[in-house]
Design a protein around this ligand. Sequence first.
Ligand code: URA
Ligand code: URA
Length: 163
Amino acid sequence: DADVLFIGEGPGKDEDEQGRPFVGKAGQLLSRIFEAAGLPRERVFITNVVKCRPPENRLPAVEEMIACFPFLEAQIALLAPKIIVCLGGTPTKWLLKTSEGITKLRGRWFTWKGIDLMPMFHPSYLLRNQSRKKGSPKDLTWDDIREVKQRWDLLQEKKGQVV
Ligand code: URA
Ligand code: URA
């Protein structure tokens, strides 16, 4: 029962070992971001563009993203999310078919196959940029997740009216 799907890049070492997405350092930060925003973890789903760990954490190759896409598409079809959040440049560029950088695209709503989509910075990027000053990646991400939470709240209200 998840209305929001977060899509990362690919499994890192911890994810590869445990077979679950975002369980390492970046995942722990992502969990704290959900908590701070008031998004219940059991109401979001998290996955990755590629399903196997790229060696040495290099960027996934296009052929790898193509090979994994049927799995991602199936996940999206089964889940039918109302909101997709792309974490970092890899899922954003892949789904939106753009070469524009994440700094330009984050915090804006796009539509992907009729689904609201917002790019956000990747939590690993936030781990490398710890400043909380106004306009810093962390500060901007706080704005972005609150925007996502607002849209999620609207969805819950609408569901409440239907029931
Ligand atoms: N980074 C990602 O993009 N995905 C994970 O699952 C973990 C780290
Ligand atoms: N829950 C998630 O959020 N992602 C999975 O891949 C499996 C369970």
